[in-house]
Design a protein around this ligand. Sequence first.
Ligand SMILES: *[C@@H]1O[C@H](CO)[C@@H](O)[C@H](O)[C@H]1NC(C)=O
Ligand SMILES: *[C@@H]1O[C@H](CO)[C@@H](O)[C@H](O)[C@H]1NC(C)=O
Ligand SMILES: *[C@@H]1O[C@H](CO)[C@@H](O)[C@H](O)[C@H]1NC(C)=O
Length: 257
Amino acid sequence: MDFADIAIILAVIVTGGVCQRPPTCDFQNDQRLFTCRYVKEAFPKLFYGNYNLKCELCNIRIFSPQTFPYENNLITFNVSDSGLQYITSQAFSNLGNVQYLYLQNNRIMNISRGAFSKLRQVYQINLENNLLVELEPGFLSDVESNSVSLANNKISELPDNAFEGTLTLLVLHLQNNQIKTIHPNAFFGLDTLEYLELQNNQICYLPLGLFREMKSLRVLNLADNKLTDFSLGTFSGLSQLNGLVLANNSLQFFRWQ
Ligand SMILES: *[C@@H]1O[C@H](CO)[C@@H](O)[C@H](O)[C@H]1NC(C)=O
Ligand SMILES: *[C@@H]1O[C@H](CO)[C@@H](O)[C@H](O)[C@H]1NC(C)=O
Ligand SMILES: *[C@@H]1O[C@H](CO)[C@@H](O)[C@H](O)[C@H]1NC(C)=O
């Protein structure tokens, strides 16, 4: 065994030690911020008042109701960059006061039905820069959130009832995905939605009646897709629309009516 081997073994031992450090949280009073580190299974049991929380050096593969099982009044919950892959049903049901839920920059592939259930005050759920390919219908059910961002994922298809059960949603970001197929009832239930961002996908076809329930939609962004044509009545139902972006598609001819 030479010096290099010993160095590698030492490095492995040291890294192994770091991984097994128990989770800790420090509180910074000036920012009203808990910084939690080394969380893998569950956050430490503490009194979490109406403060903010962020995770650093965390590796939470599965977020379930057991990951954060404590009563709390947290306002911001930031588990971006924390190794998340899977969010189970009711995962955040103890975080009923959260206004900002940051889940970006993880490796999230699966979000179960009702994952955000019981969240009642959320301005923003940020799921950008993850690895979502499929959306489970009802994954946003029973949540009151103004804005949900699924931008920069790998979503290839929007199934029927994808967003069913969501309450009060105003802004939905789906740009920079690989959406090719949109099923005719994909946007069912989005009757409060005002902004829909679908730019930079692979959409070549919009099924008839897709937007029929979207009576509040004001801005529809379909730029940077592969649309070639629309059937008569594609946009019917959009009685509030005042912005439609179709830049950089492959439109051959344009028949509005
Ligand atoms: C969330 O936490 C990460 C990691 O500490 C940090 O880089 C990021 O700025 C935080 N985001 C917000 C919006 O607070
Ligand atoms: C998680 O998502 C991947 C990709 O969409 C899928 O192949 C897999 O079956 C899903 N697993 C579970 C447990 O839902
Ligand atoms: C047009 O859209 C495609 C994606 O469909 C994108 O790759 C390309 O950069 C866009 N071009 C411009 C000029 O924005």
